[in-house]
Design a protein around this ligand. Structure first.
Ligand SMILES: C[S@@+](CC[C@H](N)C(=O)[O-])C[C@H]1O[C@@H](n2cnc3c(N)ncnc32)[C@H](O)[C@@H]1O
Length: 271
């Protein structure tokens, strides 16, 4: 049974101009979130929900087609609306990118083999945009996401910039899903390597991304390897999360802004 208030809200949504227009994905996601918060499944609400989801699915399918055709930048106008908040919460962009990439999640969650490993949690999409902007990632770069999880950072950066991107991930089930997504989207400049960031081949990387994938000695070991890479060519190390404070202590790196766990921090190798 609908309350009077909910009844009025549904009437307002149904009458909202342009709610079903292709460019209104963000607004539809907001309305769907508000519907979820109501916690009611009722005929009129269910019908409206179905229409909103169908309208978004059509846009996602069109954007997947653009990505397969090599024009992934068509995604950008959908991601540039609204503020870019600090912090690690998610917003409409995450829902939108998840709809476009259509990433399959593995059926089970792997238990961390080591207390220094951080469990999988995706970078909020707005920070991926900031990584591209502040990190100056271009088609000339090779971005390596160390601890890449389901792979959406590497996928998105390559889609939006044309950069070659490599994800390194210890959990083979996550690697499998990431590869499947890259294959379905025809992204031949993205690769996912199963393995430990302490030992996999890092040669060729020009920018390395760390969304605090590990801590303690594991992080120190990987930073030591990155230092060795920086002795061969200049590199950038981009961070999100608490690892920023640890990376900031590396004297061979210089931060381009005050290191901040809640934002992307870009470090450049000196010399
Ligand atoms: C916080 S998630 C970050 C995921 C992804 N980079 C992103 O930003 O969306 C950390 C990931 O690092 C992986 N990981 C932890 N230790 C690792 C290691 N030593 N080598 C490779 N991957 C590791 C975890 O399995 C997890 O998927």
């Amino acid at each position: 049974m609908l309350t009077r208030d909910l009844h009025d809200r549904i009437t307002q949504w149904e009458a909202e101009p342009f709610l079903f227009a292709a460019g209104r994905v963000r607004r539809r996601i907001e309305v769907l979130d508000q519907m979820d918060a109501c916690g009611v499944a009722e005929g009129r609400l269910t019908e409206l929900r179905g229409r909103l989801e169908t309208a978004n699915a059509e846009v996602y399918a069109r954007l997947r087609g653009a990505i397969r055709g090599g024009d992934g930048r068509q995604l950008l106008p959908f991601l540039e609306e609204g503020e870019v908040a600090a912090g690690l919460s998610y917003d409409y962009r995450d829902e939108l990118v998840s709809g476009v990439l259509d990433l399959r999640e593995p059926g089970r969650v792997a238990a961390s083999a080591d207390a220094e490993m951080v469990f999988y949690q995706p970078t909020p999409v707005r920070h991926v945009l900031r990584l591209i902007g502040a990190g100056g990632i271009s088609v000339e770069d090779v971005l390596v996401d160390l601890g890449s999880g389901l792979g959406h950072v590497a996928l998105l950066v390559s889609i939006l910039t044309g950069a070659r991107c490599v994800g390194v991930e210890l959990d083979s089930a996550l690697v499998c899903c990431a590869r499947e997504c890259a294959g379905k989207l025809g992204l031949d400049r993205v690769a996912f390597m199963g393995g430990d960031a302490r030992t996999v081949e890092l040669a060729g990387g020009t920018a390395f991304y760390l969304y605090t994938p590990f801590t303690g000695a594991m992080l120190r070991d990987v930073l030591k390897r990155l230092k060795e890479e920086s002795e061969r060519r200049s590199i950038r190390v981009c961070t999100l999360g608490p690892c920023a404070a640890v990376v900031a202590q590396e004297h061979w790196l210089e931060a381009s802004a005050e290191p901040d766990a809640d934002r992307i921090t870009v470090f450049r190798s000196r010399g």
